[in-house]
Write a protein that binds this ligand. Sequence first.
Ligand SMILES: Nc1ncnc2c1ncn2[C@@H]1O[C@H](COP(=O)(O)OP(=O)(O)OP(=O)(O)O)[C@@H](O)[C@H]1O
Length: 230
Amino acid sequence: MIRLENVSKVYSRGARPALDGIDIEIERGDFVFLVGSSGSGKSTFLKLILREERPTGGDVYVAGRHLNKLSAWRVPHLRREIGAVFQDFRLLPNKTVYQNVSFALQVIGKGRREIDSTVPEMLELVGLAGKERRMPHELSGGEQQRVAIARAFVNRPPILLCDEPTGNLDPGTSVGIMRLLDRINRTGTTVLMATHDDEIVDQMRKRVIELKGGHLVRDQDRGVYGLERA
Ligand SMILES: Nc1ncnc2c1ncn2[C@@H]1O[C@H](COP(=O)(O)OP(=O)(O)OP(=O)(O)O)[C@@H](O)[C@H]1O
């Protein structure tokens, strides 16, 4: 589903590479934690997959596409295959919960009837039934993240990328969000989550990929956050 072959990224000439010679394959349906200290290259890794950045060396393949060769007008098609969730939720502040989720379908040209049947289903899945008419500021952080996940997943993309999705949430709320991501993964969705949340990683025992200074230093099945704590 995602494959990087000898991928490097240098942002500016002479700078240390943000990623250096990365080889990795993530299969359909995998759940993968991407860990590493600040500046290790996690966000750059996610940006290459979304084609927000391009590699300076090597090849990136996502959902059957060779991104090096993907022309700009095809990038929106790639992005339909990838739901993205961020630490800061990024909801539209002037739209209701329902509108935030339905907007994601409107912009890809879905019809009213399909939207009206899909959105309630998705809000039910994320545990927000009954809160359709709330505005984002009337929700807790955990609820806002559930809206963001509903929006990212409403068109059932095969890949969900999560950049620190529990970074702004307390531990109890984070567990709820992880249960939801786990459920989404069990539907066959590939989940790739960059995180600093050691408790979550240690609880879930999924595949762990660790970056250090732009190098891939660990790829561990049923892994933990830090080997020294194993
Ligand atoms: N747009 C950019 N221009 C120049 N350098 C960048 C840019 N984005 C990232 N970098 C550099 O690339 C390296 C990797 O950064 P990246 O944001 O990928 O790390 P990260 O692991 O996601 O960090 P964090 O956990 O703090 O989000 C860092 O040295 C950073 O300064």
